[in-house]
Structure formats: C-alpha cells, structure tokens
Design a protein around this ligand. Structure first.
Ligand SMILES: [Fe+2]
Ligand SMILES: [Fe+2]
Length: 175
C-alpha cells in the first residue's frame, strides 16, 4: 500500500510503500520524513535577525553550488558522473528553495553558466569537495546560532546531507 510522507526539512511530499533512506528532494535522512497527516507547515515561523541573515548566506552558497554542479554535469565525460552532478545540482537547488521558503521570497531561477566549473572531471570533483566542506563549516556555525528550533533542525540536517555528499565525492575521486 502506498502511503504519503512529508519531509520536515524541505516540506516535499513522497509517495511510496515505505520511507526512503533519504528524502529524494533535499537528501535529508529518513528520520525527517513523517506521515503526511502529522505534518504541520514547517516554514510558518518568525525569523530572528541572525537566522534571517544566515539563511541569506545559505541561499547564496546553495545557488552557487547548484550552478557549479549544473556546469559540472554538462562538462562530465561519462554518464555516471553526468547523472551524479545533475542530481547534486537539484539537491542544492532544493536547499536554496528551502532558504527562500523560510525568508518568504521568490526562488531565483537556476541557470547554466559555463564559467562556473572546470572542464576536467577530476578538478570538478575536487572543487565540489572543497565547496561542500566550506558549506558544512558555515552550517555548523549557523546551527549553533539559531534560536528557532526549525532553523536549528534545518542546519543540523544540512550538515548531515552535505557530509553525505563529501563522503560520496571522496569515494568518486579515488576511482
Ligand atoms: Fe526533503
Ligand atoms: Fe546544499
């Protein structure tokens, strides 16, 4: 029997027989997916000035990384890397969207920009690793600073998600 689940991080809906290991949209771990009937709008909160500013920085970081991955996908020399970069672009764009939902602003369009990445796959993998690592550093700080429980949860989940990306990327670099 198919059931309806919702993600406490991105708010997206998932239809399936059971919960997936990760949200297919934002990558949040399975514990953030709950039955839809128990879901309450996570974005309906009052933001303090510190979190608002940190979400603004998050939007910038995530848009940058989404554009980078989109570029890396177009540059990829094989279908596996293409598929991986393309999905990572969508996941990072989802994170940008989440920041916008909390800030109640329109999501910028994701556009392909040629100069956002290198032409060699290995260089892109290495750069991706550095970008993810940098984002994790910021999110650790943002999670600590957040007074709003939903924002603390968001940054905690983002640290986990970007750490998954980091591990995955380092495995790909070794091959
Ligand atoms: Fe999600
Ligand atoms: Fe992200």
């Amino acid at each position: 029997m198919i059931e309806v689940f919702r993600c406490l991080i991105c708010g997206e809906t998932y239809l399936g027989e059971k919960k997936p290991s990760n949200c297919p949209f934002c990558g949040a771990h399975t514990q953030y997916l709950i039955k839809a009937k128990l879901y309450k709008d996570v974005f309906k909160i009052k933001l303090g000035a510190v979190s608002r500013n940190n979400l603004k920085k998050t939007l910038k970081l995530e848009m940058n990384s989404a554009e980078f991955y989109l570029c890396a996908a177009k540059a990829a020399k094989n279908v596996e890397l293409y598929s991986m970069f393309k999905r990572l672009a969508k996941v990072e764009y989802e994170h940008a969207e989440v920041a916008c939902k909390y800030m109640k602003r329109k999501v910028p369009a994701l556009k392909y920009k040629k100069k956002k990445c290198f032409t060699q796959d290995l260089k892109n993998l290495k750069d991706a690793y550095l970008q993810e690592d940098r984002a994790i550093g910021f999110y650790r700080q943002f999670a600590k600073q957040a007074k709003e429980p939903n924002i603390k949860r968001l940054f905690t989940a983002l640290i986990e998600i970007e750490t998954d990306h980091l591990k995955f990327l380092s495995k790909k670099m070794k091959r």
